[in-house]
Design a binder for this molecule. Structure first.
Ligand SMILES: [Zn+2]
Length: 576
């Protein structure tokens, strides 16, 4: 293509609404435009990147035995009522009615549609296993759409569903997808980790997320630098770190005034103790029931762990008046001593805390030298806190690291959750009817594009991995008014096209500086510059965007050489 004929509306200023790098650069370099909150148009360059990611995804899904289908975006409410998710999905679901007032939704995911399809088309064990996938727009009415393509309300996703005879089969399908996903993200040029994850609204019992490590990520990952242990911080195992430090002798319980001390920090500084000495007491409403949670003062609660432990669907902090009613004191002064008629759950570390400080359930007072078991009953303990960086890996003991990540894919072992709810069965070799065992596997295509930018950019712009770049090469004549330069540029452009290289010719009558700045902003992996030197010495400057490496090569035979170099890099760095 010639830039004079392309729609590449670049922007000089950083758009005010864009908080993260990928959003800023994709707007500035002319890849996307916003239509409404969380809803975007993909411009020609953006669409080319999307198609390339989709191509890699298709290749890997097909090689793993997947077959592509297209399921409808508009889905009837009845199927969601069958699975029980019409209510559960809540306000995140875009709902609509047809002219006969029948309820529908815009698909946020497709488990219901695909289970209904397989229920009617599959009846025998001979038809299993079956892997079906699609690449399509999905819709979720996010409360806070933000960060451009990272959290949109309309986004492009690949979703594959596996159907197996039994758990063994599911494990095989899951392992295939795990490998295929690793290939997809490696081929897209991303640095990622597969991490153990919560199953959330999709359900099921086992799941991995594929996380691209980047500061803009909304999730946090704990991972071991020595072994392959990695988990979303929401579920990463957090063993008690204060075990075996009980040389301290339990002292006499003491009531002390702590006027105006509401927070852990205030109590710690007033009493001149470490936050590790404080028992933090929190009150939650879990599916409408009040529960109390105890945690060491410096620790953070994992809401997901608490929800899993309680088996509840809804969890939020209790209102101050509810706390006061049950504990007899305002939130800053509550503690486990004398707390009655409420379920109390302690984190695994609480029983090992000796001579701790806790709220006295009396305004303006705390107890010192509190010991679980002696001063209050702790019947329930569970792993409820977030793991911290530096604590030993639960597998091998090496200190864990903690980083932010962008979730670009997630795979789930669903089991029979949907097939039971919707009656999807097959007949086994003995003639018995069995529930089909399912898995589901998603990749955020548009989010992968944004994640690639988060990981691959510098102050000048995007640095596309060669495998997903909108074009591989840009040819830049320094002066359009120089007939000799333009003739060489045109002929090189023609030869590159003939060789099958994806090439753009910057044929605009602009200053060379403007063209260079735009080429760097857009992020073409390779730039070929034709200037005075080309005429005088017969060489063309070849510059790699990623490394900045620049060499002058004779322009005769250059197209073939560039083609070979591109093929080598694609094979070695981004190949299967
Ligand atoms: Zn480890």
């Amino acid at each position: 293509m010639r830039t004079s004929q392309m729609l590449i509306p670049t922007l000089k200023e950083i758009p005010a609404e864009a908080e993260v790098v990928s959003h800023q650069l994709l707007l500035r370099a002319g890849f996307i435009r916003k239509v409404a909150a969380g809803i975007y148009t993909f411009l020609p360059l953006g669409q080319r990147v999307i198609s390339k990611i989709e191509k890699i995804v298709r290749e890997e899904m097909d090689l793993a035995g997947g077959q592509e289908v297209i399921l409808p975006i508009i889905q009837p409410a009845e199927l969601w009522q069958e699975s029980g998710r019409w209510e559960v999905y809540g306000e995140e679901m875009f709902r609509l009615r047809d002219r006969h007032h029948r309820p529908f939704c815009l698909g946020p995911t497709h488990e219901e549609i695909i289970t209904a399809l397989v229920r009617s088309e599959v009846s025998s064990y001979k038809q299993l296993p079956l892997l079906l996938y699609q690449i399509q727009n999905k819709y979720r009415d996010e409360p806070r759409p933000r960060f451009g393509l990272l959290r949109g309300r309309e986004f492009i996703m690949k979703d594959l569903y596996s159907f197996d005879r039994d758990e063994e089969g599911l494990k095989e399908s899951y392992a295939k997808m795990y490998r295929a996903y690793s290939n997809v993200f490696r081929r897209c040029g991303l640095r990622f980790r597969a991490v153990e994850a919560d199953t959330g609204a999709i359900g099921g019992n086992y799941s991995h997320e594929f996380m691209v490590l980047a500061d803009a990520g909304e999730a946090e990952v704990a991972f071991c630098p020595a072994c392959d242990y990695a988990a979303n911080i929401e579920i990463a195992l957090a063993r008690p770190q204060n075990k075996g430090r009980q040389e301290e002798i339990p002292a006499k319980l003491e009531l002390v005034p702590t006027p105006g001390c509401q927070t852990v920090e205030e109590v710690a500084s007033y009493l001149q103790i470490e936050p590790t000495k404080i028992i933090k007491t929190l009150f939650f409403k879990a599916d409408g029931r009040l529960v109390s949670v105890l945690l060491r003062g410096d620790r953070e609660l994992s809401h997901v762990k608490l929800m899993r432990y309680l088996g509840c669907r809804d969890l939020h902090l209790a209102a101050p008046d509810e706390v006061k009613e049950i504990a007899g004191a305002p939130t800053g002064y509550v503690g486990p001593l004398g707390l009655k008629s409420i379920r109390v759950i302690g984190d695994l570390e609480v029983p090992y805390m000796v001579n701790a400080v806790a709220g006295a359930n009396r305004e303006g007072y705390h107890y010192m030298n509190v010991n679980a078991g002696r001063d209050f009953e702790l019947a329930e303990v569970a792993d409820l806190r977030q793991a911290e960086a530096g604590e030993p890996c639960p597998r091998c003991g090496v200190p864990l690291e903690r980083k932010r990540g962008i979730e670009v894919g997630q795979i789930f072992q669903l089991g029979t959750k949907y097939s039971r709810a919707m009656g999807a069965t097959y007949t086994d070799p003995q003639g018995q009817e069995q529930y089909i065992v399912m898995g589901c596997y998603g990749i955020g295509i548009s989010r992968t594009m944004a994640a690639a930018v988060e990981q691959n950019h510098d102050a000048s712009g995007i640095i596309w991995p060669l495998s997903i770049a909108p074009y591989q090469v840009v040819v830049v004549p320094v002066s359009n008014r120089d007939g000799e330069q333009m003739a060489i540029a045109e002929s090189l452009y023609y030869e590159l096209q003939q060789a099958g290289v994806e090439v753009v010719l910057d044929d605009r009558d602009e200053r060379a500086g403007v063209k260079f700045v735009e080429a760097d902003l857009i992020g073409y992996p390779l730039r070929l510059t034709i200037g005075k030197k080309t005429i005088q010495e017969g060489t063309i400057d070849l510059k790699w965007r990623e490394s900045g490496r620049e060499i002058a090569l004779p322009w005769e035979g250059l197209a073939r050489r560039v083609k070979e170099e591109i093929e080598n890099v694609l094979k070695e760095r981004y190949g299967r």
